[in-house]
Design a binder for this molecule. Structure first.
Ligand code: SAM
Length: 289
């Protein structure tokens, strides 16, 4: 197998010119052109010889080459049809790569894990298109897909939101959702000049290692997430008002106040002060009202 030869500006430009490739803004195309960043992603993802890796959005195959050299098998899903002939060319020397021209949101990943990894959890690695970062990550966690870890390049702010806790302005529903399913770790900050074309925002590599078991015991997980969303939808309101006004919750002001008091929270508390454990306790308490 060839050593990875993409991942620098010269080679990337050569490939793009050979195929007259036109960047599609709507697909969030910013290709990596820095080998140091690619090494950092490989280290954060901790790819081993026996691994089956799902890559979302391979672009021209830059990171795919790196993954193919380390893993047993790589399955790369790319939405842009124009990139398929390019990928067939850049990956022709890597016999352990399969390319699928599809929208990742339409791929049955559970079936993929059964067919390629004996149903065992897969490692997901991606330089994600920023316009669908959250649906992709939450889809992987929520839909009972066997995933061991997700190592992704995302917008720097989004990585910070995933990793932060109460007391930070970035803390919100995404932080709690991610931390319910996984342990986040920001492995690197990546400036715009590491991509072609340069994005307007800074980026970061974040590894989300899935918990074997959620860190809190909650009797109704869906209800907890409705409560979390309602608490942050009206961020500046008190928790009582946020929950009372939520259209998909049916608790009275009295029920909410009773639950808050049973949990030992002050009546004027806001959602942004609550930890994941607090939201689990509140949910369990509201279920008893
Ligand atoms: N992995 C390449 C790299 O690092 O150079 C490309 C990364 S680029 C930020 C995102 C890639 O995801 C693009 O190739 C884009 O066409 C692809 N993409 C966008 N939306 C997608 C979707 N819904 N499903 C699969 N691929 C998608």
């Amino acid at each position: 197998m060839k050593d990875p030869y993409l991942g620098n500006p010269k080679k990337t430009i050569e490939v793009l010119q050979k195929y007259d490739f036109v960047f599609q803004k709507k697909f969030g195309q910013n290709f990596l052109i820095d080998p140091h960043v690619l090494d950092k992603i490989m280290n954060a993802a901790d790819i081993q010889k026996e691994d089956f890796v799902l890559e979302i959005g391979p672009g021209i195959g830059t990171m795919t080459q790196y993954l193919a050299c380390r893993a047993r098998e790589v399955f790369a899903v790319e939405i842009d049809r124009a990139l398929i002939p390019i990928l067939e060319d850049t990956l022709k020397d890597y016999g352990n790569v399969t390319i699928l021209n599809q929208d990742i949101l339409k791929v049955d990943i559970k079936k993929l894990a059964e067919e390629h990894n004996q149903g065992k959890p897969v490692k997901v690695v991606a330089n994600l298109p920023y316009y669908i970062t959250t649906p992709i990550i939450m889809g992987l966690f929520e839909e009972d897909v066997p995933v061991e870890s997700i190592t992704v390049m995302v917008q720097k702010e989004v990585a910070e939101r995933m990793q932060t806790g109460p007391g930070s302005k970035d803390y919100g529903a995404l932080s709690l959702a991610v931390q319910y399913y996984a342990r986040p770790y920001i492995a690197a900050n990546v400036p715009p000049n590491c991509f072609m074309p340069r994005p307007k925002v800074g980026s970061a590599v974040i590894r989300l290692t899935r918990h074997e078991k959620p860190p809190v015991d909650v009797k109704d997980q869906k209800l907890m997430f409705r409560i979390i969303r309602a608490s942050f939808n009206q961020r500046r309101k008190t928790l009582v008002n946020g929950l009372k006004n939520a259209s998909d919750l049916e608790f009275s002001k009295e029920d909410i106040e009773k639950a808050l008091s049973a949990c030992g929270f002050p009546m004027g508390i806001r959602g942004e002060a609550l930890t994941l454990q607090d939201f689990a306790d509140l949910t369990n308490q509201l279920l008893t009202t």
